[in-house]
Ligand binder design. Structure first.
Ligand code: F1P
Length: 346
């Protein structure tokens, strides 16, 4: 529902419309660099957004850790586009980074859930996610809605820059509008994830592997697990594993591998072999047409049919559920994890 509420008001007659927030085609065309800023899950949504924007918009895009922004000396120029993501709209580091980018002349568009929050008020334009109130501390539906908002920006940006024609935009909108239905299908994996949680909740460390968009989704999956179940977990770019972290793989290590991008199936299979040959047990989250060898995996969860570009919206669902059920198995307070605040305002 959160995704539908973000998407529906912005699609009219097969076109993405942004008239209420100043994100004109001219502005999207002018931007030499798109910066995406956020913290935690919002940052992870931004990392997915970076890949989508660079893939279909062919413009330089950088997802930036908001709390590092002021120390990085980022090159921000007039007419750059700064996409600021925050569920609460009050996160202090994100707000500070947005102010800095605006001072440098960037146009700041905020993807925010809480109406009239500080970031929403100070941004040049706002794309509300309309995801409804977030009750638990760990973000789930707001993350999904943020992804939807980023797909919308990416689609219009690609169109404005001549990388997508009107017909292609129409097809893109159709696919976006089908996303809520695909998510309903994805939720059918609920029982499987509950079962997997009963099997694996006592592991002390979990690794999430993926390439490209799957790596971006793996980061959020890893954060969800660690923040609500207190299990140490890390996300790795699958090809980076062998440059060090593979030394941590031993008998019984749980590895969750994501393979939703057809052109990367074979490469990810070879990473899976690298870890299973060292004793890891692998849960594979696979695209609907995954054709690689899955014999080394203990469990395979398949995505419903979905365009590869939007797979991060689906693959996160089983992994949010896994984190949830693992936390329940471990008697953790899922809604109020220790040491976490809903928004970090200092
Ligand atoms: C950012 C964030 C959340 C996380 C936690 C702390 O909040 O890192 O992603 O779940 O609650 O804050 P926001 O800027 O999106 O409100």
């Amino acid at each position: 529902r959160a995704i539908a509420q973000t998407i529906q008001p912005r699609i009219r007659d097969g076109q993405i419309v942004f008239e209420e927030n100043g994100l004109t085609d001219d502005r999207l065309k002018k931007a030499n660099h798109v910066h995406i800023i956020g913290c935690g899950s919002a940052l992870h949504a931004g990392i997915v957004g970076q890949r989508v924007i660079e893939t279909i918009g062919r413009v330089r895009c950088t997802a930036r850790v908001a709390s590092e922004f002021r120390y990085e000396n980022p090159i921000v120029e007039p007419d750059d586009l700064c996409i600021v993501i925050s569920q609460s709209g009050e996160t202090a580091d994100t707000l500070a980074a947005m102010r800095q980018a605006k001072e440098a002349g960037a146009f700041a568009i905020a993807i925010v859930n809480v109406v009239s929050s500080t970031i929403a008020r100070e941004a040049d334009g706002v794309l509300y996610t309309w995801a409804g109130p977030e009750i638990s501390v760990a973000t789930t539906k707001a993350y999904s809605a943020q992804l939807a908002a980023l797909y919308l920006i990416a689609g219009r940006l690609a169109y404005a820059r001549g990388k997508m024609n009107e017909e292609e935009q129409r097809a893109f909108c159709d696919q976006l509008q089908a996303l809520p239905e695909m998510l309903e299908k994805m939720l059918e994996c609920k029982q499987t994830m509950q079962y997997l949680a009963t099997r694996y909740h006592n592991r002390s460390s979990v690794f999430f592997l993926g390439r490209g968009l799957d790596y971006a989704a793996a980061m959020e999956a890893s954060l969800k697990l660690k923040e609500i179940s207190y299990i140490h977990s890390e996300a790795y770019a699958a090809g980076e594993l062998k440059h060090g972290t593979i030394s941590l793989i031993e008998d019984g290590t749980l590895v969750v591998a994501l393979a939703t991008q057809p052109e990367l199936y074979e490469k990810t299979v070879s990473n899976i072999r690298e870890v299973t040959s060292r004793g890891a047990e692998v849960i594979l989250i696979a695209g609907s047409d995954f054709s690689g060898d899955e014999s080394a995996c203990r469990h395979v969860v398949r995505l419903p049919e979905c365009p590869a570009l939007f797979s991060a919206s689906l693959s996160i669902v089983p992994l949010q559920l896994l984190a949830y059920y693992v936390a329940v198995e471990r008697s953790c307070d899922v809604d109020k994890p220790r040491n976490l605040a809903k928004s970090v305002t200092v």
